[in-house]
Design a protein around this ligand. Structure first.
Ligand code: AMP
Ligand code: MG
Length: 355
């Protein structure tokens, strides 16, 4: 190799190294938003700007869906429930409600954002959680029903038919927010990053610092330590959500009363599922929002119906359901993709026999 060639080779190596260096400009920031610990990671020249704008966007979304803020759209809907008046909504809230209604129909009412009176009555996760009396339960259940939430697309408005009704976007808002951050990352040309909303809704973009797929730990549903995993899922350019009966619950007698309600019984869903994970790849429109609402819906449907339902969905959607016997029911290539599966779990074969 001549002197010039050596010099050219040296320069080429230098450029490659510098580029690799650029790739390592990783920015990571955490904040408490949407009632959850948000951690945003992004790589690239505009990573800081993308993260700052994303955090601001998340706060705006929170202000629309937070039931504790008097001016939030969801609060206005509850205040005007039963008056016949339409409430003009921000496009974001309208989109979440329209999607929720679509899936209320598709899941035969398993997913229902009008469960709010039940959420309030049971108070799961608050210091006044209790098993309600049958009279209280019957009264709250009368105020639940997606058919009594009307939407007007042209006006981008909604109304609730009965006084005392309300909507709760806790099963969909975080996933919606993931999609919004994803759009901001795209605007800033971010190719690698992790959008993580409390570990329960996230999006893995490109690769991690090691230049491999992001490795997402799925929580072990029966270990108190939140760091204990039931498996690890390598994830690249896909959204993932997990819902479980371990997130917010109290126990009385032998029963675990948790935060995912079966709107048809008015009680925490006893469907056989104890944890549900859904992955939506980048070909799925609104993949974050869909994976979030599907975890809740599939949890209520239970393993058998849940698996059937997932099989009718977009091919870019797959899921894993854990039942009370710690059997794993999966769709797509989920079983193959999972790594480091804890020995506590076995794959359900659907034939009645375990692997
Ligand atoms: P997730 O943790 O994503 O399953 O969402 C659970 C949250 O969604 C609860 O804390 C409630 O705010 C709300 N929720 C509970 N049950 C339902 C249901 N059947 N349909 C829609 N939202 C629900
Ligand atoms: Mg959900």
């Amino acid at each position: 190799m001549g002197k010039r060639q050596k010099m050219a080779a040296f320069l080429l190596i230098l450029i490659v190294c510098l580029c690799a260096g650029c790739g390592e400009q990783q920015v990571k920031k955490s904040e408490l938003i949407l009632d959850t610990a948000v951690t945003l990671t992004a790589e690239g020249a505009d990573a800081q700007a993308a993260i700052d704008e994303s955090m601001a966007r998340l706060k705006t979304i929170d202000s629309m869906v937070n039931p504790n803020l008097p001016d939030s759209d969801v609060n206005k809907l509850a205040q005007l429930a039963g008056t016949g008046k339409w409430v003009s909504l921000q496009p974001e809230v309208y989109k979440m409600l329209a999607t929720a209604q679509d899936y209320a129909v598709k899941t035969n009412g398993a997913f229902d954002v009008t469960t709010k009176p039940l959420v309030d009555l049971w108070g799961i996760g608050t210091d006044h959680a209790k098993v309600p009396s049958p009279v209280e339960l019957a009264a709250a259940q009368k105020l639940v029903g997606w058919q009594k939430l009307e939407l007007n697309e042209e006006k981008q408005a909604a109304r609730l038919q009965d006084k005392g009704m309300g909507v709760d976007l806790g099963g969909i808002a975080k996933g919606f927010a993931v999609d919004e951050v994803r759009k901001i990352y795209a605007k800033y040309g971010i190719e690698n990053g992790l959008i993580n909303l409390g570990g329960s809704s996230l999006y893995a973009l490109g690769v991690n610092k090691e230049q491999t797929a992001w490795r997402i730990g799925i929580r072990h549903p029966r270990k108190e330590d939140a760091q204990e995993k039931m498996a690890v899922l390598p994830l690249k350019d896909a959204a993932l959500s997990t819902s479980g009966d371990y997130e917010r619950f109290f126990e009385a007698g032998d029963v675990r009363y948790h935060h995912i309600f079966d709107p048809r019984t008015g009680r925490p869903a006893q469907s056989g599922a104890i944890s549900v994970t859904i992955v939506a790849d980048s070909s799925v429109p609104d993949g974050g929002m869909l994976s979030d609402l599907l975890t809740t819906a599939v949890f209520v449907l239970g393993p058998e119906q849940g698996i059937h339902f997932l099989q009718t969905m977009h091919h870019g959607i797959k899921g894993a359901i854990i039942d009370g016997r710690l059997q794993l029911w999966t769709t797509g290539d989920m079983a193959k993709e999972m790594e480091e599966v804890s020995r506590d779990f076995q794959f359900w074969q659907g034939s009645g026999e375990l692997q």
